[in-house]
Design a protein around this ligand. Sequence first.
Ligand code: PLP
Length: 283
Amino acid sequence: RVAYVNDEYVSAKDARISIFDRGFLFADAVYEVTAVIGGKLIDFDAHMQRLERSLREIQIPNFWRIEYLRQIHERLIILNDVQEGLIYLQISRGEADRDFAYPPTQTRPTLVLFTQQKSILNASLSAKGLSVIAVEDLRWGRRDIKTVQLLYPSMAKMLARQRGADDAWLCDGDYVTEGTAQNVYIVKNKTLVTRSLSKSILGGITRAAVLKCATGFNIEIAERAFSLAEAKSADEAFSTSATTLVMPVVEIDGCTIGDGLPGPITKNLLTQYIKELVDSRSP
Ligand code: PLP
């Protein structure tokens, strides 16, 4: 496997960054995960636009044009023969003496990319649906920035696993914010409800695509916060992310959602979304 580190393509097992890298010491870094299906990037421009925004929000200078980043992604797809999977990209503020203050003279940011093979179209869990538990959302207050501080969602996912569930939904008070790495939705009486964008959640690229897809359905769409109680009594529930597409959720805290099977609107959204992906992949 080949990875990319600061201008070089290197064997992934030999890829190295400094112990003084601020990404390593402070989680002072942002990232993107772009899905690859049939050897093609999905929604690449939208992911890179979000990357540019994340960099701006934490004042890491952006030295890379989207077209240049596209070339690296495409080269890695070829070098690693990725048919289905993902490309991970991370930019940290770079290497500097350890200090909370950003380095006074701008360091060179560290750019790292690697690929992972993954089954996306036929994800094993999407036929059955996930069980989730609710966990208090104790992440920081700027969840709209895609930073690499992912310890809390890791802890929440492990807690879910230890309790026999697949994953966790995070709650701010009574209201659900997100999954550990997914936007979340419920369907009740033919209304699709998902939290509106704010600093409390990440603006998912898949969220935008799936909501667009849903406008073609005969359903209402409400962008507002929903409570855990509302979720437990919903007709359907699901989550979205680049590498899990539309993932049904059939159990929340032991409560069965609907009849315990992926719901009809969820399934139709997944089918329609996949159809649009396959029809409109970047050339
Ligand atoms: N919310 C969080 C916290 C995430 O980490 C992610 C993806 O990793 C998402 C939502 C979904 O975003 P996207 O659809 O762009 O993958």
